[in-house]
Ligand binder design. Structure first.
Ligand code: NAD
Length: 291
């Protein structure tokens, strides 16, 4: 079945992974709305794609994902321009670790931490998901039987914590936890959520060091954008995968397309599993439809 005419919303589409996902979607005949803090960058990606296609296949809007009102305004513009329906949402906008807490033992008082990484990579992703899920719940299932699909970007830092990247790791683990939880709840509503967890990939992300990629390549830590795109492609159309984290691992892997579904940790005791099921039964009512 063709994907032609389906619609998508991509945050962070002006650069890097979001830009590559946008190009892949357009290539498949999917119309894409690019939402990015870098409004000019988003406009220029949309223009390039529209010029190449000879018709309008991409739109752009300036959005700050940390700001709820900004996200709602961007998404509402997309619903309007894309004809009232959005089939796929990609929360991809993100930033790398910044110093969250200066180490100054001689300082007096208490400094408020810089939580901008949490705001963009954690709260920003949940805001995008919250808007998408509300829209999907209003939409009838499409030809593939889906009300809508979300594929967020976390990171291998959401699977393996890095001691010197505490807030980035917290935000990325947060996205993994959200996806593994709600992504197993939402298929009953014909909605899916998954996360892509890449190792290092060459993008415009600012890690503050010019030789970062050069040194990472020597250590075989850099993965191909093509592997990420293969993973995103696998989640399109009639895919029934949900609640999964797809790792794009560094180094040599048997994964034929460069990605693997990363299983959750094993339960330590049988009661650990019973506990999940018990909590699930106690909290499920919070998601019941209401008037
Ligand atoms: N590049 C890597 O090695 C790598 C590895 C694992 C995960 N990731 C994750 O992939 C995602 C995309 O990063 P990338 O590597 O493509 O970087 P990138 O810098 O090339 O692209 C990120 C985009 O997000 C946008 N953005 C940043 N803050 C925003 C905000 N507040 N509101 C809206 N847009 C905002 C930027 O303008 C940019 O266009 C991030 O979540 C990042 O953590 C990247």
């Amino acid at each position: 079945m063709s994907l032609k005419g389906q619609t998508a919303y991509v945050t962070g589409g002006a650069s890097g992974i979001g830009r590559a996902v946008t190009a892949m979607l357009v290539e498949k005949g999917i119309k894409v709305y690019i939402a990015d803090l870098n409004k000019q960058g988003a406009e220029s990606v949309a223009k390039e794609l529209n010029d190449k296609a000879g018709s309008q296949v991409a739109w752009s809007v300036g959005v700050d994902v940390t700001d709820w009102d900004s996200q709602v305004a961007g998404f509402e513009a997309a619903i309007k321009d894309l004809g009232g329906r959005i089939d796929y949402v990609y929360p991809i906008a993100g930033i790398a670790e910044v110093s969250w807490l200066p180490n100054r033992p001689n300082q007096k008082g208490f400094v408020k931490p810089n939580l901008s990484v949490w705001d963009v990579d954690g709260t920003g992703v949940l805001y995008t998901c919250a808007i998408a899920i509300q829209q999907f719940r209003r939409q009838e299932p499409n030809n593939f039987g889906s009300r809508g699909k979300i594929a967020a970007v976390s990171s291998v830092r959401g699977l393996y914590a890095c001691p010197a990247m505490p807030v980035y790791s917290a935000a990325k683990f947060g996205v993994v936890g959200f996806v593994r939880a709600f992504g197993k709840f939402l298929p009953r509503e014909k909605i899916s959520i998954n996360a892509i967890c890449p190792a290092i990939v060459k993008t415009g992300i600012n890690i503050g060091r010019s030789n970062w990629y050069e040194e990472a390549e020597k250590l075989d830590l850099v993965v191909k954008m093509e592997s990420l795109i293969n993973a995103f492609e696998s989640l399109l159309g009639g895919s029934d995968v949900s609640g999964e984290c797809i790792e794009i691992p560094a180094g040599k892997t048997d994964a034929p397309n460069g990605w693997i579904l990363k299983p959750q940790n094993d339960f330590t005791t049988s009661e650990s599993e019973v506990h999940v099921n018990y909590s699930n039964s106690q909290f499920a009512h919070q998601h019941d439809p209401q008037q």
